[in-house]
Write a protein that binds this ligand. Structure first.
Ligand SMILES: NC(=O)c1ccc[n+]([C@@H]2O[C@H](COP(=O)([O-])OP(=O)(O)OC[C@H]3O[C@@H](n4cnc5c(N)ncnc54)[C@H](OP(=O)(O)O)[C@@H]3O)[C@@H](O)[C@H]2O)c1
Length: 308
C-alpha cells in the first residue's frame, strides 16, 4: 500500500532511526523535517525540508502541500529538568507544536502519530499497560500528557506510542544515558547510577521498528513500545559494562533522592508491551540483545570519528 509519510523532529535520536527505517521501504514516499539542516544521510529515498513545528502557518503549509497519509512526530523538548526551568519554551515544543500538527492533520485527514513517555505516570505501581491512569510528576510529564490529550481529542485517526529510557547512536544527538555511561566507563572513571528507578530500557532502533510496523499495518490508538526487560537503571548499567568488557566495579548504586534533580522521576515505572507484541507479531529486544547491538554501533561510530 502506497503511503506518504511526514516525519517531524527528524534530526533527533528517534527521528533519525525512523527516517532510516521508513526510507528503506520503497513503497512509501518519505519527507523528513527538522529545525536544522538534515543530519541523517539524505538520499534519493527521501526528501528533506526545514520545519519548526511551533510555527502553525509553516506546519499547515507543509502538510497542505505534501498531503501526507501519516505524520510521525519525533520532535520534542526532551531535557526533563530543562522543562522545569523553561516552561514556556518547552510547552511550545511539546504541546503547542502538537496542537499545530493536529490542526494540520485535520486539513488533509492525515493520521497523526505522537511519541509519548512513561513520564505521564507517577511510578508508584508500574509497569503500566495502555489503559493505566496517567498522573505525571514533572512538568515534562504534564506537557507530554497534554500533547496526548490534544491528539486523542482530534478524532479517531491517531496513534500514541509510549516508550521509555530510549538509547542508541545517531549523528549529533544529545548524549543519552548509555552513550554517557560507555564514555565514562571506557575512560575507567567511577560513576554513580540510581538503583531505585525501574523500567524497560529501549534501543531506539527497536522502537523505530515497532513504530514502522504500527504504521504499515494501519493501527490506531495507544501502544506501548519498549525493551523486553524490566530492570533498574543500576542493573542496566552493570549489564552495559559486562557487554563492553568494562569493569562493573566502577559503578556505585545511589538513590534518586541523592541527585536532587529539579524534575521528580517516576521510580517504579515500566511499560507492558503485550498489546504491541500480540498485534504486531514482534518480540522486543532484551536488554542484553539491545546492548550487543548498541556496542556494535558505538564502536563503529567511534572508529568513524577517529577516521579508522
Ligand atoms: N529519549 C528518551 O528516553 C525518551 C523516552 C520516552 C519518550 N521519548 C520521546 O521520544 C521522542 C523522540 O525523542 P528523542 O530521544 O529522539 O529526543 P531528541 O534526540 O532530543 O530529539 C528531539 C528532536 O526534536 C527536535 N525539536 C525540538 N523542538 C522542535 C521544533 N520546534 N521543531 C522541530 N523539531 C524540534 C530537536 O531538534 P533540535 O536539535 O533543533 O532541538 C531534536 O532533534 C520525543 O517525543 C520524546 O519525548 C524519548
Amino acid at each position: 500500500m502506497y503511503k506518504r509519510i511526514l516525519i517531524t523532529g527528524a534530526n533527533g535520536l528517534v527521528g533519525q532511526k525512523l527516517t532510516a527505517i521508513f526510507a528503506e521501504d520503497r513503497s512509501m514516499d518519505l519527507l523528513a523535517t527538522a529545525r536544522q539542516p538534515a543530519t541523517a544521510n539524505t538520499s534519493s529515498n527521501f526528501g528533506y525540508t526545514p520545519l519548526d513545528m511551533t510555527s502553525r502557518g509553516d506546519v499547515k503549509e507543509l502538510v497542505w502541500n505534501f498531503e501526507p497519509d501519516v505524520i510521525i512526530n519525533a520532535g520534542a523538548y526532551t531535557n526533563v529538568d530543562g522543562c522545569e526551568r523553561e516552561k514556556e519554551v518547552s510547552w511550545r515544543a511539546n504541546v503547542t507544536a502538537v496542537e499545530n500538527l493536529v490542526a494540520a492533520s485535520r486539513l488533509t485527514g492525515a493520521k497523526l502519530l505522537q511519541i509519548s513517555t512513561d513520564y505521564v505516570f507517577d511510578g508508584k505501581s508500574g509497569p503500566y499497560d495502555e489503559t493505566a491512569m496517567p498522573n505525571p510528576l514533572s512538568y515534562y510529564g504534564r506537557e507530554k500528557l497534554a500533547a496526548e490529550n490534544a491528539v486523542r481529542n482530534s478524532g479517531d485517526n491517531w496513534l500514541i506510542v509510549r516508550t521509555m529510557v530510549v538509547y542508541g547512536i545517531a549523528q549529533q544527538v544529545k548524549k543519552n544515558f548509555a552513550i554517557w555511561l560507555s564514555g565514562e566507563l571506557s575512560q575507567g572513571r567511577n560513576v554513580r547510577v540510581v538503583d531505585d528507578q525501574f523500567g524497560n530500557p529501549t534501543l531506539a532502533d527497536d522502537l523505530s521498528r515497532g513504530i514502522y510496523e504500527l504504521v504499515r499495518r494501519g493501527k490506531k490508538g495507544v501502544y506501548n513500545i519498549a525493551g523486553a526487560d524490566f530492570i533498574s537503571r543500576y542493573d542496566f548499567a552493570v549489564r552495559l559494562a559486562k557487554t563492553f568488557g568494562f569493569d562493573p566495579a566502577l559503578i556505585s548504586p545511589i538513590k534518586t533522592s541523592d541527585l536532587s534533580q529539579p524534575a521528580p522521576r517516576p521510580l517504579l515505572s515500566g511499560l507492558i508491551t503485550l498489546k504491541a507484541q500480540a498485534e504486531l507479531g514482534l518480540n522486543f529486544f532484551t536488554a542484553d540483545e539491545s546492548l550487543r547491538l548498541f556496542k556494535g554501533q558505538y564502536l563503529e561510530s567511534a572508529s568513524l570519528q577517529n577516521g579508522d
